[in-house]
Design a protein around this ligand. Structure first.
Ligand code: SAH
Ligand code: SF4
Length: 387
């Protein structure tokens, strides 16, 4: 039997084109797209406004196949973590973080990562492969569906964002779905898997799919400068940049990519991106590493480095993992660092930890299928940037 076409691999224009090659009209593609993404329906038989003959045809040549769930964990604080099967040794992880007024999903873009940042356990794994569009947008598809099922079962009262504000920015006729914000901050460097990531995000933004605004979708990058420029043209969503150091010397030591794109080049690209960004600042992520980048002098140098880029700094407590060679900066020192930034007029936040009890750590998700025989790293969950 020939393989069925997975419709999760299409944007709406792509699906429309594929329908045309099947001799089907564009409005049918639109209907199917809405069934899949707005209603979370995978079964063609349930797409009741399609002709029976079309449903039969789709059943024989197409499918809606997200990555399969290997495990699901719910934290006492409402955080949910899924491990997905992507057909290789390690799975990929996706985390949902509920807050009062939003539900944020942290999505992975690659299996492993080639960029080798020294403090990152995904980097430690090395690069395995890129995820396809169906595997990226599929994380959102599954998360919404599972969370709705949990809500229906009454076990997830804490999961749903407050309903006094519409969770969607568009199409208020549909009931709001649990995931209101997406951060591309799971495993992998999203800009190194450009097309599937951009196509996935365009589905997230599509009013006929998830209808999220560009402000509610944040891409986090280690600073792949040419691709930041490409993203500006393709789909300028909110941007978070992993800076982690006030100068090139420290940054190159912990992030090899800095040798290719040093801080001045990176900040140029950030300023350029701001011309079209949905927000008027760039979020800079800064992992606090004890004795490496966490001194008051580093904070003062950071103030000078970021002086002419409208920015928000998000200080991240380091998530330790075995043999990382780094330690977490203590809370008091983090506060001191933060205060220097605040005194200089910056917006500076410290991420709260979430989901400690289920090893959920946005930004440090390392599928633990292969590693499960080893001692488990101590993970905690970090809060995504506010939007
Ligand atoms: N590759 C992208 C997105 C995934 S990593 C990037 O690097 O931005 C998401 C965030 O988690 C990044 O800011 C990354 O630097 C951070 N991170 C990685 N390892 C971490 C760790 N051990 N503790 C805390 N944050 C970490
Ligand atoms: Fe890759 Fe980001 Fe980890 Fe660096 S921090 S190794 S870019 S996933």
């Amino acid at each position: 039997m020939t393989e069925r076409t997975n419709l999760l691999n299409f944007t709406l224009p792509g699906l429309t084109e594929w329908f045309a090659t099947q001799g089907e009209k564009a409005f049918r593609a639109k209907q199917v797209f809405q069934w899949i993404h707005q209603r979370g329906v995978a079964d063609f038989d349930a797409m009741t406004d399609l002709a029976k003959s079309l449903r039969e045809k789709l059943k024989s040549i197409a499918e809606v196949r997200p990555p399969a769930i290997l495990s699901e964990h719910r934290s006492a604080d409402g955080t949910v973590k899924w491990l997905f099967d992507v057909g290789v040794g390690n799975g990929i992880e996706t985390v949902f973080i509920p807050e009062d007024d939003r539900g944020t999903l942290c999505v992975s873009s690659q299996v492993g990562c080639a960029l080798d940042c020294k403090f990152c356990s995904t980097g430690r794994q090395g690069f395995n492969r890129d995820l396809s569009q169906s595997e990226i947008v599929g994380q959102l598809w599954v998360a919404n569906k599972r969370l709705e099922e949990m809500e229906a079962e009454g076990i997830a009262a804490r999961i749903a964002p407050r309903r006094d504000k519409p969770a969607r920015d568009s199409d208020m006729s549909l009931s709001p779905r649990p995931v209101t914000n997406v951060v591309m901050m799971g495993m992998g460097e999203p800009l190194n898997n450009f097309k599937p990531v951009v196509d996935s995000m365009s589905v997230m933004l599509d009013d006929l799919a998830y209808g999220l605004s560009r402000r509610r979708v944040t891409l986090s990058t280690s600073g792949v400068v040419p691709h930041i420029r490409k993203l500006k043209e393709a789909l300028p969503v909110a941007l978070a940049v992993s800076l982690h150091a006030p100068n090139d010397e420290i940054r190159s030591r912990i992030m090899p990519i800095n040798d290719a794109y040093p801080i001045a080049t990176l900040l140029d690209a950030c300023r350029d991106y701001l011309e079209v960004a949905p927000r008027d600042f760039i979020t800079f992520e800064y992992v606090m590493l004890k004795g490496v980048n966490d001194a008051p002098d580093h904070a003062r140098e950071l103030v000078r480095t970021l002086a002419d880029v409208p920015s928000k700094v998000n200080l991240i407590p380091f998530n330790p993992f075995p043999d990382s060679g780094f330690e977490r900066t203590d809370a008091e020192r983090v506060r001191r660092f933060q205060q220097i930034l605040l005194d200089a007029g910056f917006v500076a936040t410290v991420r709260r930890t979430r989901g400690d009890d289920i090893d959920a750590a946005c930004g440090q998700l390392a599928g633990q299928v292969v590693n499960r025989m080893k001692r488990k790293p101590v993970h905690f969950h970090t809060q995504p940037p506010r939007s």
